[in-house]
Design a protein around this ligand. Structure first.
Ligand SMILES: Nc1ncnc2c1ncn2[C@@H]1O[C@H](COP(=O)(O)OP(=O)(O)OP(=O)(O)O)[C@@H](O)[C@H]1O
Length: 647
């Protein structure tokens, strides 16, 4: 290992010239204390811990990232202007793009809207699925000279443009969960991890809102700029070797944008390799870039030192006017949507023959002496399970859309059922009341699980971000979310059962409760599967409603089993509503020995008519439990195979 690899890069902290709101408890050491070998960490007088060495250290493993010949084509449908017919054409999104960024450097990928910045960043991060039909992705991405592999997600963090954070948590809680997932527990105690997270909060100027929740449609939380800083902060927790950011300053005011970029530049100086896309950097931000890449129409017009770029374009006949922001000038040259742009194709081909273009290719080919990076998450399965379970429990409990709103819906509906079917007796009309009521319970209470789908889709965005950045394994996530959904569902089932069974005088409280609980668990698992396959929650709600509608039709109430047409009988068997409804019916009617009815003398006669005699409830309950587990397994497999964060 080289000397550089041995360096321990400690907590990224604020550079001396940055101004953040400071917590009175935080003492930031003077800049002179910072040395390349041991970066001093900010110390909290009240709670900042000290490990055995007196400071908490997380190692940044230096990583050089290079990409060569990145070319991305997609087949798109266009209407031909001559024939006015729609035809498939190949659109080149990226055209033979190369680049290299070393530890300690910050690259800005700039260019006009639609120039290919995000696509290039995604290609570098391995987030484009080139195997999809109609797409061709060529080129190579090298990390420390080796082809990018599984280890990439364990050393690189990608901060996407859209926020994907769990809404009920405060900034501090969000950061603590990130620290618990991303910092190896073998290296740091919880106290140390939290202190580290606090220091990142401080560095990103989030102290003043550390106790503010992220916020959602129910409750106002962080502002857009604070959300963006938190999105960056969570990814900084593990001190990534490579930090990729898509438009980190979009939506921020100029002071916040400048602070973020200064901080990123500072991180680069600590050894992180920073690559970000940025639409139009103001001059203060421009000054913080080491390297600059200008893209237009998917072509590279320049890649190299940001400082030398003005001289480069001047040499090609495009002198930057004095006192103007070079970034603004370059963007005007590159923006082909408006008047005054340069010949982009000529600039792109000129670059390859200029010394800057040739030295770039030569630099990519040079051997790199760095340690080999190894794949893996920071912590093992059980540790992830514990953290994710803790987080999922409080997320469910505090997210009104997941628990409270549903609880209120169930309470209101079940209270209405209870009062509608008040004290059922043994008259003929009571038989009908019982059956319709049980159908309603089995069908509609399950149906209401559709309401949770939009929240599952929001959760999916969080999962995608975290999984793509290598935070944890899919099984620990699926198991944690499944286990932690159970307490809430049990409370909903218990209250609903009490509100339905007690006023109406139904039989078998315990079996009713078990049946409703398992039906809701199965329904929730089904919704997880739906949420994992649909692109948008509106489609998910439509799909869920359609499937449930069909299952209700087949569950043995609308038509008894023997009357269901052959072409729909499979629906009777696959609908978990069938088993749910049957348990409700058997549980209710089996104990009733007499009815004042000519049609049904007792409960068994009702069950005979509905073809439900001799169906043990424990067997149907086991089938429901099997459904819940089977659907969770399918959910996990879909996440594992299809949700890798690629587009
Ligand atoms: N899969 C795809 N199919 C069709 N077109 C695509 C696909 N992916 C990207 N594009 C197109 O490629 C171009 C570059 O998109 P990209 O998002 O990379 O631009 P950008 O430079 O990041 O723009 P902005 O600054 O507006 O975000 C756009 O015209 C976009 O529509």
């Amino acid at each position: 290992m080289s000397g550089e690899q041995d360096k321990q890069y400690v907590i990224p902290m604020q550079p001396a010239d940055l101004v953040y709101e400071t917590d009175s408890n935080v003492q930031v050491p003077p800049a002179g204390m910072i040395s390349q070998d041991t970066w001093s960490s900010p110390t909290r007088t009240d709670s900042f811990p000290s490990s055995s060495s007196g400071k908490l250290s997380l190692k940044v493993r230096p990583a050089t990232i290079a990409w060569t010949g990145i070319t991305y084509d997609v087949r798109v449908r266009r209407t031909s202007p001559s024939s006015n017919k729609s035809e498939l054409v190949t659109k080149r999104i990226l055209d033979n793009i190369s680049g290299i960024v070393r530890p300690g450097e910050m690259l800005a990928i700039c260019g006009p809207s639609g120039g290919g910045k995000t696509t290039l960043l995604d290609a570098i991060a391995g987030r484009i699925d080139g195997s999809k039909k109609g797409r061709t992705l060529k080129g190579e991405v090298l990390v420390n000279g080796d082809r990018r592999n599984q280890a990439f997600s364990s050393i690189a963090s990608y901060v996407q443009q859209e926020y994907a954070l769990q809404t009920p948590f405060t900034v501090r809680e969000t950061m603590y969960y990130a620290a618990d997932l991303l910092i190896p527990h073998s290296q740091c105690s919880q106290h140390e991890r939290r202190a580290y997270a606090d220091s990142v909060i401080h560095v990103l100027g989030l102290d003043s809102c550390s106790n503010t929740i992220v916020g959602d449609v129910f409750r106002k939380g962080l502002s857009g700029g604070q959300l963006r800083r938190l999105s960056i902060a969570v990814e900084l927790v593990r001190s990534p070797s490579i930090l990729l950011l898509d438009e980190p300053t979009s939506g921020l005011d100029s002071a916040a944008a400048e602070n973020i970029m200064k901080h990123l530049s500072y991180l680069a100086k600590l050894g992180t390799t920073v690559v970000c896309t940025i639409h139009q950097p103001p001059s203060e931000v421009w000054a913080s870039f080491d390297k600059f890449c200008l893209l237009s129409e998917g072509k590279c017009l320049y890649f190299g030192s940001a400082r030398d770029s003005v001289e480069y374009f001047g040499r090609l006949g495009h002198p930057c006017p004095s006192l103007s922001n070079p970034a603004d000038f370059f963007l005007r040259l590159a923006n082909t949507d408006f008047e005054g742009h340069a010949d982009v194709s000529a600039l792109a081909s000129a670059f390859t023959s200029q010394p800057e273009g040739m030295s770039l290719i030569a630099a990519i080919g040079q051997p790199i002496e760095h340690e080999v990076l190894v794949a893996g998450t920071a912590n093992g399965f059980w540790s992830q399970l514990l953290t994710l379970s803790h987080r999922a429990f409080f997320n469910n409990a505090r997210n009104p859309g997941i628990f409270l709103v549903r609880l209120i819906m169930y309470v209101m509906l079940c209270a209405m059922i209870g009062f509608m079917f008040w004290k059922l007796g043994i008259e003929a009309s009571d038989i009908n009341s019982r059956i319709t009521m049980l159908f309603y319970v089995a069908a509609f209470l399950v149906f209401m699980s559709v309401a949770v789908l939009p929240f599952f889709i929001l959760e999916r965005a969080v999962f995608l971000r975290e999984r793509a950045n290598g935070w944890y394994m899919v099984p620990s996530y699926v198991l944690a979310t499944f286990l932690m959904s159970l307490p809430g569902l049990f409370i909903i089932s218990l209250i609903s059962t009490a509100l339905v069974v007690l006023p109406s005088g139904l039989n078998g409280f315990g079996i009713f409760l078990a049946d409703l609980f398992l039906s809701l668990v199965a329904a929730e698992a089904f919704m997880c599967v739906v949420a994992s396959v649909v692109p948008h929650y509106i489609i998910g709600i439509a799909l869920g409603a359609a499937v449930y509608g069909f299952f209700m039709l087949c569950e043995g109430f609308m038509k008894i089993k023997s009357d269901i047409p052959d072409y729909f009988i499979w629906g009777y068997y696959i609908a978990f509503h069938t088993y749910s409804f049957r348990v409700f019916m058997v549980n209710e009617f089996e104990p009733i020995k007499h009815f004042n009815s000519l049609q049904y003398s007792d409960g068994k006669a009702v069950l005979d008519f509905y073809d439900m005699s001799d169906k043990p409830v424990y067997k149907d309950l086991s089938i429901l439990a099997g459904y819940a587990l089977g659907l969770q397994l399918i959910f996990g497999m879909i996440l594992q195979v299809f949700h890798k964060g690629k587009r």
